[in-house]
Structures are given as C-alpha cells and as structure tokens.
Design a binder for this molecule. Structure first.
Ligand SMILES: C[S@@+](CC[C@H](N)C(=O)[O-])C[C@H]1O[C@@H](n2cnc3c(N)ncnc32)[C@H](O)[C@@H]1O
Length: 464
C-alpha cells in the first residue's frame, strides 16, 4: 500500500469524497475537508486516479466542524457533516460551476448564489429503517447478535447499523423507531436475516408532511394478524400523532414494496402536503401522498424549487407547457393555474395516476398526463397532436435526458427550456448539446439535502 504524506485536500467531490492531488493523479478520500493537510493510505491505484483513506491529520481545515451525529462516519447518510454549512454551500455552488465550465463548455455562466435550506436538520419527510437480526457493530467493524433497526451501511445490502438518534426527520420519528425495537424485543419477535431471507420484521417507513400528517408503513415477512394487529394498535395508542397506518407482507428477497399489496390498517388512506402558491392571490397547492407515491423529500425547499421554475417560466396565461419526467405532476399542478395547458410525461404509471389525483384535488382541468418513456413518446407527431410547446420544463433522473429527447427539442424549438437537475454533470452535458440553438440565461442552485454532496440546479435556456 502506498502512503502519500502531507497532502492538502483541495475540493469536495460530487460522490461525497474529498479530492486531493498527487502530481498528475487525482486522489479521492472519504471524510476529508478542503483545507485539511493529511497522510493518505492508497488502497486502489488506477492510471489517472487513486482512492485512499486518511490515516493522519497534519492540519485541520478552517471549514471543518465537529459532526453533531454520533453515527457519523459509519452510517454514510450525511457525509459532509464535518463541514461548516456555509462551506457545504460553497462547494455545491462550485460543483455546478465546474461542471458548466468543464462539461458544458460555458465560459462565464451566470450562476446565482445557491439557495440554502433554512432547516439543516429534520428537513426530510421520509425515512425507511430496516430490521436486522444482527447489528453491525460500530466499534470493531463486526456484527453482533443484538437486533438492529436502522440504516444500511453504504453499499452493504446485509449490514444494518442500529440507529439511536437520527437528525434527518423531526420527532416523533426517533421515538417511534426506538419503541418499535423495544416492543419487538420484549415480545420476542424475530428481526429479518437478509442472508437467509428469514425473520418476521422487515422494514419501517415513516412519511410526514409540513401540515402535521404522519404515515407509518410496517413491512413484515409473514401474514400473522395475531401479532401484527396488536403491534399496530400499540403504535396507535402510544403515538396518536400517527394519522395514517399501513402494513405490507413481503416474502421476497428485496425490500421493494411498490409491487405488493399495501394494506390500510387505520387513519387516513393518504397524507396531504400543501405548498404556498406561485402567486399570492391563488390557492395553496395540495398534494395527496399515498404509501408509495413519490414526493420531493425536502418539502420547504421543494416549494422554493417550484417557485423558481415557475418564475423562470414567467407565465402570462396563454402558454402551452410540457413537463417532461413529471413524476406525480407536482410542478405541472403547481404551474397549471397560470398557463393555458400542461402536458406531463412520466415513465411510472403509478406516478401518473397520482398526478391525475393531484390535478383533481387542485381543480386543475388543463392538464394531461401520459405514462411513457419521454424518448419514446415525445416526437414532432405527438407535438402536432397536443400543441406546440411555448416552454418545456424538464426534470430528468440523474442520468439526464435521452439524446432522442434533446433531438426532438432541437426540432420543435420551444422558446424556453427550464431544466431542473439533481446531477450537474449530466445537466451540463445536455445543455452543451442544446447550445447551438439555446442560450443559457442563468442558473440557480438549490440545496435540498444539507450535509450531503447532492445539489439541485435549475437552469433557464432561451431559444437563440
Ligand atoms: C427527478 S424525478 C422528477 C420529479 C418531479 N419533477 C416531481 O417533482 O415530482 C424524475 C422522474 O423521471 C421519471 N423517469 C425516469 N426515466 C424516465 C423516462 N425515460 N421517461 C419518462 N420519465 C422517466 C422517474 O420515474 C421520476 O419520476
């Protein structure tokens, strides 16, 4: 193993690892902070980069702070917690700028200062915990036989870290998780063993809204009402804050529940999130969230993101807007009152069903949703049937837009494209491909996930 001595950490990389340089070689190290001077033990050496871990600090960065969570370092959930929040925002902004310059080939893009999250703890509205018959033992990196209820160790499907306290969601989420573990141990219920696909208790999912709704979904391996119902009744009694309760029987080897029957047990069938409207004289926008519906996980920042997208659209009322990768139609429903018509395209049929429900809930009648892959559906023929878009909003997954979608946009030429992205690299690549016909007016990064490396960026492109 190679040792690199007294190396300065230079940057905070997009995968959550810090970045250093040794000659021509880029070195990725977890848990470094730009400004640290460290010794690095290299454990993987490739032609142009290396991966290593910090084994000694010579100088601690001014950007560094003490992480507040006792699980930091093992859990893997909040990898930037040892960095001051202002520094996190700085490096997220830099990530956007670097990608626009390096991949997008934009010389001097106008990037507004990143919008930070007011809440840097308790900002999430959804967490999934996993039961495991053996907890991953924190001290020695081994497991022991006490049961765990917590998070997966990064990249380890069978290793679960028992969580004492998680700062990502507001109470009573920690209290519910701790009580679930205590109750299960007291009743002698078996925790899941992922290697052998045995054990009764599998997952616990909690979802909340800013309106105070709280949904609990319990996932069990076997259908045993005599055990399940008393457990759910117990939660109902101890935590009257739970407004909606479901359970699922999952006998499969994987944890996916969207293909299983989700059984309603008590309370409401869904929870409701409400966001302030784009313009003050309109009604707030409501979103119905069922047990498997997608909704943005930082609702306060989602409100800002949608407002920003609508602001870039600057609608006057006559526009035909296409919302590509529309998910549950959140943005489509948010902008619907201010435009003539919205066409939403989304691959997931269940998300499209939710989008329709949200349209009804908000009294929006000028929306149409299509369940299809954008690259297969969006064509000049489709557009001649449903109307030429004055503007396109696009919010693709991390791998960005399919080349065919970009080609169609370059044929159809909407006046504006509002490109929302959770991956500045693929966004920069796609905007480079649009560069011939579109001018990048400006970008606005938004921090949806404090203490992580993730950054959302909204870009406004105008037909040249
Ligand atoms: C970043 S999310 C968009 C979320 C949405 N704007 C919202 O706020 O609800 C990306 C969405 O793209 C969908 N998706 C992935 N690949 C797709 C494709 N090829 N065509 C259409 N939709 C796709 C995913 O199911 C997901 O809902």
């Amino acid at each position: 193993m190679k040792l690199l001595e007294k190396i300065e950490i230079l940057d905070a990389g997009s995968e959550g690892n810090a970045v250093a340089r040794h000659g021509d070689m880029v070195v990725f190290v977890p848990y470094g902070v730009p400004g640290d001077v460290v010794d690095i033990e290299v454990f993987r050496l490739k032609r142009s980069f290396a991966e290593g871990k910090i084994i000694r600090f010579h100088q601690l960065s001014e950007n560094r702070i003490e992480p507040f969570c006792s699980h930091f370092g093992l859990c893997g959930g909040c990898r930037w917690q040892q960095m001051k929040y202002e520094s996190q925002l700085h490096f997220k902004q830099k990530q956007v700028e670097d990608n626009l310059k390096r991949i997008g080939k934009f010389d001097n893009p106008l990037i507004r200062p990143i919008i930070g999250s007011d809440k840097t703890q308790g900002y999430r509205n959804k967490l999934e915990f996993t039961f495991s018959s053996r907890r991953w033992f924190t001290g020695s990196g081994e497991s022991d036989s006490s049961p765990a209820l917590g998070f997966h160790i990064p990249k380890r499907w069978d290793k679960i870290l028992n969580i004492d306290y998680c700062y990502l969601m507001d109470e009573p989420v920690n209290l519910i998780r701790l009580e679930a573990r205590r109750y299960s141990i007291e009743k002698g219920l078996s925790f899941y063993d992922a290697r052998n696909n045995t054990g009764f208790l599998r997952n616990m999912i909690l979802r909340s809204t800013t309106m105070g709704d709280l949904m609990l979904i319990m996932v069990y391996q076997n259908d045993e009402p005599d055990v399940i119902f008393p457990m759910l009744d117990h939660f109902m009694q101890v935590f009257p804050q739970i407004t909606s309760m479901f359970y699922v029987i999952n006998e499969k080897k994987n944890d996916v529940i969207s293909d299983l029957e989700i059984r309603h047990y008590s309370g409401t069938q869904f929870i409701t999130e409400t966001l302030p409207p784009f313009r003050e004289n309109h009604s707030p926008v409501n979103f119905r969230i069922g047990p498997v519906s997608f909704f943005q996980t930082n609702p306060e920042q989602a409100g800002r993101l949608f407002r920003l997208a609508a602001g870039y659209l600057s609608p006057e009322g006559k526009e035909v807007v296409y919302d590509l990768y529309t998910g549950t139609g959140s943005i489509a429903n948010y902008i619907a009152p201010y435009v003539n018509k919205v066409i939403g395209i989304e691959a997931s049929a269940s998300a499209v069903a939710d989008a329709g429900v949200n349209a009804e809930l908000n009294g929006n009648t000028n929306l149409r949703f299509f369940a299809a892959e954008t690259e297969k559906l969006l064509s000049p023929e489709f557009i001649s049937t449903h109307g030429h878009p004055d503007a396109v909003i696009t919010d693709p997954p991390r791998n960005g837009m399919h080349e065919k979608v970009i080609q169609t946009l370059l044929t159809v030429l909407p006046l504006k494209i509002v490109y929302i992205s959770c991956n500045p690299a693929t966004q920069a690549r796609d905007m480079y491909l649009l560069n011939n016909r579109y001018t990048l007016i400006e970008c606005q990064p938004v921090d949806m996930f404090p203490h992580t490396q993730h950054v959302e960026n909204v870009a406004l492109l105008s037909l040249a």
